[in-house]
Design a protein around this ligand. Sequence first.
Ligand SMILES: [Fe+2]
Length: 207
Amino acid sequence: MREPGVFTVDIERGELRGAATRYRKTLGDLAGLYEDDAAFETRLAELGPEAVMYEVTDHKPSADAGDMIIGVTRMAPGRIGREFFLTRGHIHARADRPEMYYGEAGTGLMLLESPEGEVRIVEMRPRTLCYVPPFWIHRSVNVGADDLVMTFAYPADAGQDYDIIARSGGMRQRIVDDGQGGWQAVDNPAWTPRSAEAIAALKEPAR
Ligand SMILES: [Fe+2]
């Protein structure tokens, strides 16, 4: 039997106080994700490769089926060229595992893409609860002026496959400045559909 856990969502710091594990993604880690390479290089020169773009503090009691991972993510605000700061994004390695995200602070989006290439966009604000269904690729985007802080929970055996996005030339849509203080979704011309075989492989029952 495991012991119950008690943690505090520290909204100011954007972290789960008491959580044992933390990881950070720096600007240097995100090379190749944005549409505008020149703007990325400019940002890299301005902020340095070690600038923290987002971080996750979480409680991973185990990787057992039926167990759960809980945590908090904090994303910095900003843009690379016209494109808002984003997370790397993934599908779960066991693709039939879902996830939930709960908005704590800031304004963002959950950008979702199905294996077949359908796109859904969920606006995240404080007290928004987003259900990420099984089989959807998901990425967070900070479209606000402040840190985006969200609490999340997902099955402990879900895992992450980050490469699925790169294999299709990025996600199908990008979230960019609309020139009027807001955001808009635009098609990514480099995106290529997944093959029927690739889709079928994703949907094979997970162990
Ligand atoms: Fe996930």
